[in-house]
Design a protein around this ligand. Structure first.
Ligand code: CA
Length: 236
């Protein structure tokens, strides 16, 4: 039995309105649920929020170019397949796209049939398999984090964390070495991108709870505050 929920969802980011409409129409006809964005900023926001099965990404875009969108998307969701649409037939652009984590590309002008076949392949393949087994535990200093069944130990004693505290710790660990903004944490952990009673102060409070519960010291903290931006997890 099939229903609408089985529809594959793709996001097309393209600023040329005629092309965007044409592509959206074609893919809807092919049975996809189609989301569209006309700027890089909007495209990135939609990709992060809607988590489509594939993204068709133009490179020359207003606000944020396709390379930047791809880079920022990959920092947060490695797994969404991305096909880059480049107007310029420069090998360097294609290589740069692959370096930043693109999965496939087409050069404009492309045939709709070819594009449809490529997208079909990408969507069928599903999330990128990184080859690495999923992390089940992570240790730093005298702390051990067990992702399943969501337990944290300090010097072999269990520490009680709230649901959000655990999610926050997990997210910081998964993105260790990179500065994560408060806005990103609000979106990823609390699922809000606007103030709905939850503010960036909520993030600070949770971080400070984590620090005191896990004994994060001032000498060599593992959750480092990055001035005016957010936080970064560094292995002590
Ligand atoms: Ca363009």
């Amino acid at each position: 039995m099939t229903n609408n929920n089985d529809k594959k969802k793709i996001l097309i980011v393209e600023d040329e309105e005629g092309l965007l409409d044409g592509l959206a129409h074609n893919f809807r006809y092919e049975g996809y649920e189609v989301l569209t964005a006309k700027t890089g900023q909007e495209g990135l926001r939609m990709a992060l929020k809607q988590k489509p099965d594939a993204v068709l990404l133009d490179i020359m875009l207003p606000e944020k170019d396709g390379f930047t969108v791809l880079k920022e998307l990959r920092q947060r969701h490695r797994e969404i397949p991305v096909l880059v649409m480049t107007a310029r037939n420069f090998e360097a652009d294609v290589l740069k796209g692959f370096d930043l984590g693109a999965d496939d590309y087409v050069t404009k002008p492309f045939s709709p049939k070819e594009l449809a076949a490529r997208v079909k392949r990408l969507v069928a393949r599903g999330p990128m398999n990184t080859g690495a087994p999923p992390t089940t535990t992570y240790s730093f200093g005298d702390v051990e984090v067990r992702f399943e069944p969501r337990e944290v130990y300090k010097t072999a004693k269990q520490v009680a964390l709230s649901f959000k505290e655990f999610e926050l710790l997990k997210y910081l660990i998964e993105h260790r070495g990179r500065t994560v903004s408060r806005e990103e944490l609000l979106e990823e952990i609390w699922g809000v991108d606007e103030e709905l009673g939850v503010t960036t102060r909520t993030v600070d409070t949770h971080v400070s709870n984590l620090r005191s519960k896990l004994g994060d010291g001032f000498e060599k903290p593992f959750i480092v505050a990055v001035h005016k931006v957010g936080y970064k997890f560094v292995e002590p």
